[in-house]
Design a protein around this ligand. Structure first.
Ligand code: HEC
Ligand code: HEC
Length: 289
C-alpha cells in the first residue's frame, strides 16, 4: 500500500500515511513533559544502579559507589540494641523488684528478656508459658510448692531444688514403700484416703484406715487438711493441680518411691540480672504472689 503523508485538515497534524478503509492515522507526538519525565526516570535508575548495590554477577554483585549495605545497617542496629539492653540489664541486676516494677520501660526489657530466657532454658521442663509437665510444676497455676513471691522464685531459680548448690531448697519425702515403713496394704489405704479426700474422687469407700495412716505419717509435711507446707516443699494435696498428675497410681507410686525432682541451680549459668528478669516473667504468667 503506498504511504502518503499529508496534513489533516481538522487537527492540523500530519498523518502517518497509514490508511484503512478511508480511516487515516494521525501522527500525534508524545507530550514533551512526558518524554522528559521518561528520560529523567531512565537517568535516575542508571544513577541508582551506579551508586547502590545493583547488578549481580557470578556469586557476587556490584556493591555500588556509596558502599551501602542493609545487612551492615542491621548489624549496627542490633549492636546498639544490645548496648542499650546491657544498661537495662545492669539496672535490673542492681535494683530491687519493686523499683523495677515501677519503671514500665525497664519492666518491658525484663519481661522480654525473661521470656527469651524461659523459652531457651526452662520450657523443656516446665512447658510453654509455664504450663507444666508431669514431674515439672506448672508455674502459671499459682499452686506453688516452694512459694510464688518474686524473691521466692528468684531464690528457687538461683539455687535450685535438691541441686548441688549448698543453698538449694531441700527436703525429702520418705520412701515409705521402698524402705518398708508402710506395708503395701497400708499404702493402698492411704492412697484411697488421699484420692478420695484431697484429689476429690470419693468412690463411697470407707477410708478411715487411710486417714489414720495419713495423720501419723504424712500430715507433718502435707498438713492435716492436705494444705501442703512450703517450708518442706511438700505440695498441697487438696488441689486440682498435681505435680505428678491426677491419678491414683501416681499417689501409690509416690508413697512407694518418691521421685524427689531436681530443679537445676541457675546461679552458675545465668547472670543475676537474667535470673531477676526470668523471675519477673515467671511471676507475670498468672500465678505470681
Ligand atoms: C531439668 C528440668 C528443669 C529445668 C530445665 C528447669 N526446672 Fe524449674 N523445676 C524443676 C523441677 C523438677 C521442679 C520441682 C522440684 C520439686 O519437686 O519441688 C522445679 C521447680 C521450679 C520452681 C518452683 C515451683 C514451685 O511451685 O515452688 C520454679 C519457680 C522453677 N522451677 C523455675 C524454673 C525456671 C525459671 C527455669 C529456667 C531458668 C527452670 N525452672 C528450669 C525442673 C526444671
Ligand atoms: C518429709 C516430708 C514429707 C512426708 C512425711 C510426706 N511427704 Fe509427700 N511429698 C513431700 C515432698 C517434698 C513432695 C514433692 C517432691 C517429691 O518427692 O517429688 C511430696 C509429694 C507427694 C505427692 C505428690 C503430690 C503431687 O502434687 O503430685 C503425694 C501424693 C504425696 N507426697 C503423698 C504423701 C503421703 C500419702 C505421705 C504419707 C504416707 C507423704 N506424702 C509423706 C514431702 C513429704
Amino acid at each position: 500500500m503506498p504511504t502518503k503523508i499529508e496534513k489533516d485538515a481538522i487537527s492540523g497534524q500530519d498523518t502517518t500515511g497509514h490508511e484503512w478503509d478511508g480511516l487515516k492515522e494521525l501522527n500525534t507526538p508524545l507530550p514533551k513533559w512526558w518524554v522528559y519525565v521518561f528520560f529523567a526516570c531512565i537517568a535516575w535508575a542508571a544513577g541508582l544502579c551506579v551508586l547502590y548495590p545493583s547488578i549481580p554477577y557470578g556469586r557476587g554483585y556490584f556493591h555500588g559507589l556509596l558502599g551501602y549495605s542493609s545487612r551492615r545497617n542491621v548489624d549496627a542496629d542490633v549492636a546498639k540494641l544490645v548496648d542499650q539492653r546491657k544498661d537495662s540489664m545492669d539496672k535490673i541486676a542492681a535494683m530491687p523488684f519493686d523499683a523495677i516494677k515501677a519503671d514500665p520501660a525497664l519492666m518491658e526489657v525484663a519481661l522480654t528478656s525473661g521470656r527469651i530466657t524461659f523459652a531457651d532454658n526452662c520450657q523443656p521442663c516446665h512447658g510453654a508459658g509455664g504450663g507444666g509437665n508431669p514431674g515439672y510444676p506448672a508455674l502459671a497455676a499459682g499452686a506453688w510448692i516452694w512459694g510464688g513471691t518474686l524473691t521466692d522464685i528468684q531464690q528457687t531459680v538461683t539455687h535450685g531444688i535438691r541441686s548441688a548448690d549448698p543453698d538449694a531448697r531441700n527436703s525429702a519425702m520418705p520412701r515409705f514403700g521402698a524402705d518398708g515403713t508402710l506395708k503395701p496394704a497400708e499404702i493402698e489405704a492411704v492412697a484411697d484416703y488421699v484420692w478420695a479426700t484431697f484429689y476429690g474422687h470419693a468412690e463411697g469407700k470407707d477410708v478411715s484406715a487411710g486417714a489414720k495412716i495419713f495423720a501419723e505419717n504424712c500430715a507433718a509435711c502435707h498438713g492435716d487438711q492436705g494444705q501442703g507446707n512450703r517450708d518442706m516443699g511438700a505440695p498441697k494435696l487438696a488441689s486440682k493441680v498435681h505435680l505428678y498428675g491426677d491419678s491414683r497410681e501416681a499417689i501409690v507410686h509416690q508413697v512407694n518411691l518418691p521421685r524427689q525432682g531436681v530443679m537445676p541451680n541457675w546461679g552458675t549459668r545465668l547472670s543475676p540480672g537474667t535470673i531477676k528478669a526470668v523471675s519477673l516473667y515467671v511471676h507475670s504468667l498468672g500465678g505470681g504472689e
